[in-house]
Design a protein around this ligand. Sequence first.
Ligand code: SAM
Length: 264
Amino acid sequence: MKHRARKHFGQNFLSDHQVIQRIIQAINPQPQDQILEIGPGQAALTIPLLQTIGALQAIEIDRDLIPLIKKQCAPFGRLQLYQADVLTVDFVQFITNERKLRLVGNLPYNISTPILFHVLQQRDLIQDMHCMLQKEVVERMAAEPNSKAYGRLSVMLQAVCQVDHLFDIAPGAFKPAPQVDSSFVRLTPLTEQPDIDEAHFSKIVATCFAQRRKTLRNNLKGLIEATQLEAIGIDPGARAETLSINQFCALTNCYTKRIEKSTD
Ligand code: SAM
């Protein structure tokens, strides 16, 4: 059965066996793990995962790939394959015992950020996530304050997850080769989650970075006064890219208090 890669599903299939081995080693799958693969494609990762642990679940959006994946994987273990769009799934349905899910995926680059946010919303169900993404996206995910890549994505992820940029992969490892370099990354939800209102956090972070060149005083106009910034030890003349994750949490709590006061 021949399958033509579909661009709109972000289909760049892994074909380099050394890279595949390196990915499996980084995941370090264990027999008791509940692995859920996002987008198995032509089973480049699915088969070695099955060979290692014998069973796993996977979600694939492309109907045409479903029979191909089932046929290829049958000799290697028990694969429960669901045809679905990962952005619409509730991960709770994949939990079959008390263990949290380990997510794995060479993700479609065109929807990688929405997938990350979808996973973040359900992180209480997730032990960890290993995924392949565009290198530039991984650099933004793992960036530190005072760097060009540090922005909304870095803060939103690092507030709730440990982000480990594991290694980079050149376009030649895929068929067809993508136009960009890729990186493999691990996300692990923090055991201690920050004590913040998440909707407020998301609003404050987005507003702070809305115009990167502007100061916090300007970006936060109408939400937090300059005097309130000073009261929590933040310079109103600073820019968002200089703030630590803890400072974004402090800003959020300051905003939440202000909202609560105004609705008293
Ligand atoms: N895992 C394979 C590999 O490494 O060769 C395929 C990776 S390919 C970059 C991305 C895969 O995700 C494709 O199989 C694609 O059809 C699938 N996909 C794209 N959008 C999806 C979605 N919204 N939900 C589930 N799978 C999706």
